[in-house]
Design a protein around this ligand. Structure first.
Ligand code: BGC
Length: 365
């Protein structure tokens, strides 16, 4: 749960040293980056990485990057997907503890359901890094590494408004709102970020949500499943859009954007201005073809690289660098975070956005 406001980097770093001392119980130096008098654990130790379900391409890529990066640095990578759900992820984290993992990186399916396993991990001396998704209702999380989720939502809201204006100079515009899975802590943050931009325009009548469904609870897509978004879009179109046009859709990610576009096409309506996230191959192609309006570039390589940098620092007895100590309160503590900047991608910058990306670069040339 993101709190409003961000600290300046200097203030954040100062406060973090103190936080890390109490939260991590490992660092002895008052300055970030200072050594704690030697290695915290042997370099060939096991590092657990608990990933959720393969609900978007970024998770699949993360698996390979964690395996390559951790093994390449001399650690023993133990990377697991929990495709069967929360209890499988709980069992995997317990097994990582049993195998002696010194750091456990967690991309949670449900960030509020891992309290017992995280306590077990901390009691065994492991450091816990929340990856991409925050871990909730627990003191047993040391660091958070992610793209700035609130910013992702803001960028989506801004892109939707810009795309609508580019199509028709003035409103009102008919839009519908979709959110991610309510068990993923990110979903509400994305939605809140987008609504910080869109709500004033709903309130002043520029945007009209014909279904009337404007709350997070009404907009959610259980388990980030495309069929759930498609079904809801079918229902909204049938119930509220007889002859009316659907001008825009807030979609939290690319997979759901494509599902919603499928529904709109099946209803015989033109594709609306629609947002996304993740820079998935099919969606980047769709942007190039002038269908999907926007996506967000959250380069998974950079996120995994930063998580591994944290592991290396912890192993070396250093306090990992963080750049935010204010924004991510998990209802028990404010988790020291390293946030990366997401980038909005539309047809205007799709040819330059991925120049360094080995998969998307060649497609967008
Ligand atoms: C990630 C998104 C992703 C979604 C579904 C979120 O937690 O931040 O990038 O689209 O999960 O996999």
């Amino acid at each position: 749960m993101r709190m409003i406001g961000k600290a300046g980097k200097a203030a954040a770093i100062a406060a973090i040293a103190a936080l890390a001392l109490t939260a991590c119980g490992r660092a002895e130096s008052p300055t970030p980056g200072g050594t704690a008098g030697g290695e915290a654990f042997p370099k060939d130790s096991s590092i657990g990485v608990a990933l959720p379900q393969k609900t978007s391409e970024n998770w699949v890529l993360a698996e390979k990057l964690f395996n390559d990066g951790l093994n390449g640095a001399g650690f023993k990578a133990d990377v697991q997907f929990a495709n069967a759900g929360v209890s499988e992820q709980q069992n995997q984290i317990s097994a990582m503890v049993t195998k002696g993992a010194k750091v456990i990186i967690v991309g949670a399916i449900d960030g509020a359901q891992l309290g017992t396993q995280l306590k077990q991990a901390k009691d065994a001396g492991a450091t816990i890094i929340a990856y991409d998704r925050l871990l909730l209702n627990t003191e047993n999380v040391d660091y958070y590494v992610a793209y700035d989720n609130f910013k992702v939502g803001e960028l989506q809201g801004q892109a939707l408004l810009e795309g609508l204006k580019a199509k028709k100079a003035s409103g009102p515009y008919n839009i519908e709102l979709f959110a991610g899975s309510p068990d993923d802590a990110n979903a509400r943050v994305f939605f809140d970020g987008a609504m910080s931009v869109l709500k004033p325009k709903i309130d002043d009548g520029t945007l009209k949500v014909l279904s009337g469904q404007t709350s997070f609870e009404q907009a959610v897509t259980q388990a980030w499943k495309s069929e759930n978004a498609q079904r809801r879009a079918d229902t909204l179109l049938a119930g509220s859009y007889g002859s009316a046009s659907l001008d825009g859709v807030l979609s939290p990610n690319d997979l759901l954007a494509r599902a919603i576009m499928t529904s709109v096409k099946a209803a015989g309506k033109p594709v609306p201005v629609i947002t996304g996230q993740d820079s998935e191959v099919e969606s980047v192609k769709s942007i190039m073809a002038g269908e999907q309006y926007s996506t967000i570039n959250k380069d998974t390589r950079k996120l995994v690289e930063h998580a591994i940098t944290m592991v290396k620092d912890i192993q070396a007895g250093k306090t990992p660098e963080i750049n935010d100590d204010k924004s991510y309160n998990n209802k028990v503590k404010t988790v020291p975070a390293y946030l990366l900047e997401p980038v909005i991608v539309t047809s205007a910058n799709v040819k330059t956005a991925y120049v360094d990306d080995p998969v998307l670069g060649p497609i967008t040339k």
